[in-house]
Design a protein around this ligand. Structure first.
Ligand code: M6R
Length: 589
């Protein structure tokens, strides 16, 4: 979370930084700040909330500056807590992406030395630490390195110094990338922030410092204490598709795009998949890992690998890998799933596993991301830019690829491709005015309720969980997804007159269980909504018939949840593309 941007060049820095921060806003939009150097002084403009389309900055055109868009970790969302933060003598400002995990100890140490803190943010600890180190070092860069080495956690910092006119930044964990075009130098948490200006990038690895001065950059390894010569290389970066076309929100545009994106994610030929299929055949266990929606993708992909691919596949949440680590060996294969390729929980697990010699494959949507660089091999989801914070099209792209992989493992590649085409065609019919109207009307009924339960089983169990997550994220209503089998073991105690229960029913061997579960909640007064293949029963108060599919029902069934999420949030007047408290890329733990 949080986005960092730095610029030095021939153009108007405040404008470039503002544009860059707008493109980084998906990483956090609690507050923002821009600092530039004017006549030897640092001038800063900060505010809370979203970065406005156009801003009136306190600064005049100038050619160097840094910016930050915040997702609050320590300290409330206030202008004082917004980055960048000034040093006591106002000679430098610093912004950070990450969490200083030993913040309490460092703050106590600095307070004892007499430093006074004005904010609640952990970033101020870094600023004061740099000031403190500056007392015994010759240069600001030395002081920054010394201070940085004392920080625990995944932190990346950027500093603007008015005395030397330079930008300094150090990376550890949280992403940072350099863009170079002649005398223009860009620094950002994500190349998307500057790829409208330049394509030549320089990767910055953990433990490396970048120094930008007089239109030139230098890279320094702070562990080995030496300069590194790394030339820029051209990177094929993802284009941000900022055109909403005829749609009111990115979310609905991205939902409708799924009829195409599931095919894009599975364009791999058998020949391209072959080396990885060979590895999977030889591997003992497969572990899939991810967090949030990517975590449910990991669950669903492991389900396909077991059920279709006949492999021992275990899904683990990235943030809960610890108890498994000892048992995962180089004979196993890990498949890490992530839209951004920058999720801290996933990266941390991958880093540990890689060190243990475990083969890492990943499924990612962002080219050039940290996860792609850490992986032994990776597969692109090719879903195009997903701008809405709630993931929709990337989820179905990931599970489509997992399905293709599982079918290819048992020699059914062609069959899988046929199924994907079928569902893509059927989705085209499903996305009709009639469907949208029906779901909009159901959302009007749901709007009045607070607690909701979603039931699924087998191929639809994780879809119930992902469906519930999707609706929570945008509507802020309490949705919980369960395995239908769990109902009688406790959840049913929560059912009372009018409680909405959404059951996912597919024409598979679990259908009878789902209908029985629905009858049981209906007998206790629940408002019942069926989602799935048409059923000959009167147990549902409402029924959403999904796009027809054979064994890829997970895709057909998750889409109505995405649409309920959208229409419910719209009814409630919520910010659909940028829901409260969330960020698209969770780069802190
Ligand atoms: O970039 P990743 O796929 O690794 O992100 C993982 C989760 O943070 C992400 O899926 C999150 O749950 C989204 N808000 C889901 O809509």
């Amino acid at each position: 979370m949080c986005g960092i941007f730095g610029y030095m060049g021939k153009s108007n820095a405040p404008y470039i930084i503002h544009q860059g921060l707008k493109r980084l806003e998906y990483r956090g939009y609690d507050s923002w700040g821009i600092s530039t150097i004017e006549k030897g002084n640092i001038v800063t403009t900060k505010d809370t909330g979203h970065i406005p389309e156009s801003i009136k900055l306190k600064t005049n055109p100038t050619t160097v500056g840094i910016g930050h868009t915040r997702w609050a970790t320590h300290g409330g969302v206030t202008i004082t807590n917004a980055h960048p933060h000034y040093s006591t003598d106002r000679s430098f400002v610093l912004a950070q992406n990450g969490i200083v995990e030993n913040y309490t100890e460092l703050k106590a140490y600095l307070e004892k030395l007499g430093y006074i803190f004005d904010t609640q943010v952990d970033t101020e600890v870094i600023v004061k630490l740099v000031e403190h180190e500056l007392k015994t070092t010759k240069t600001l860069r030395e002081a920054l390195i010394k201070a940085f080495k004392q920080l625990e956690g995944r932190n990346t910092v950027i500093l603007l110094d008015s005395k030397s006119g330079q930008i300094l930044a150090i990376r550890n964990g949280s992403p940072l990338i350099l863009g170079v075009k002649e005398k223009d130098i860009y620094l950002a948490s994500d190349p998307l922030a500057f790829n409208q200006y330049c394509r030549d990038i320089v990767e910055i690895n953990n433990g490396e410092m970048i120094e930008i001065k007089d239109g030139k950059y230098k890279l320094f390894d702070i562990k080995k204490d030496k300069y590194i010569n790394r030339k820029p290389r051209e990177e094929k970066l993802l284009e941000i598709d900022i055109d909403k076309e005829k749609y009111e929100h990115y979310m609905i545009k991205e939902i409708v795009e799924q009829q195409h994106t599931i095919l894009k994610a599975t364009e791999y030929t058998q020949k391209q998949l072959q080396p990885f299929i060979k590895r999977l055949k030889e591997t003992e266990n497969i572990y899939t890992i991810g967090a949030g929606t990517a975590g449910f993708s990991a669950d669903q992909i492991a389900y396909y690998l077991r059920k279709i691919g006949k492999k021992n596949a275990i899904s683990i949440k990235s943030y809960e890998t610890e108890s498994y680590l000892e048992n995962i060996s180089p004979n196993d294969t890990v498949i890490a799933i992530s839209q951004s390729g920058e999720t801290a929980d996933t990266l941390e697990a991958v880093e540990i596993l890689k060190e243990r010699g475990v083969y890492i494959a990943s499924i990612i949507n962002m080219p050039g991301s940290t996860l792609s660089r850490l992986s032994n091999s990776y597969f692109m989801s090719n879903a195009g830019s997903e701008i809405c914070v709630a993931s929709t099209k990337v989820f179905t792209s990931q599970i489509s690829f997992g399905y293709l992989l599982s079918k290819t493992l048992v020699g059914e590649y062609t069959d899988a491709k046929r199924e994907l085409r079928t569902i893509s065609n059927n989705l085209e019919d499903f996305f009709s005015k009639k469907t949208f109207k029906q779901i909009e009307n159901i959302s009007k009924v749901l709007k009045e309720k607070e607690h909701f339960f979603v039931l699924g089983k087998g191929q639809n169990f994780h879809i119930a969980q992902e469906g519930a997550l999707k609706i929570k994220e945008i509507s802020y209503k309490h949705f919980e997804g369960f395995a239908a089998g769990e109902l009688k073991h406790g959840v049913i105690a929560l059912i009372e007159e009018g409680t909405p229960v959404l059951s996912i029913v597919s024409n598979d061997k679990n259908v009878k269980d789902l209908i029985s579960a629905t009858q049981e909640v209906k007998a206790r007064g629940a408002l019942t909504i069926g989602i799935g293949d048409k059923q000959d029963t009167d147990c549902f108060d409402y029924f959403i018939e999904v796009a027809k599919s054979n064994d890829l029902k997970a895709i057909s069934n998750v889409i109505p949840f995405q649409l309920i999420s959208y229409y419910l949030a719209k009814e409630l007047g919520n910010n659909i593309d940028k829901p409260r408290n969330l960020a698209k890329s969770v780069t802190v733990k």
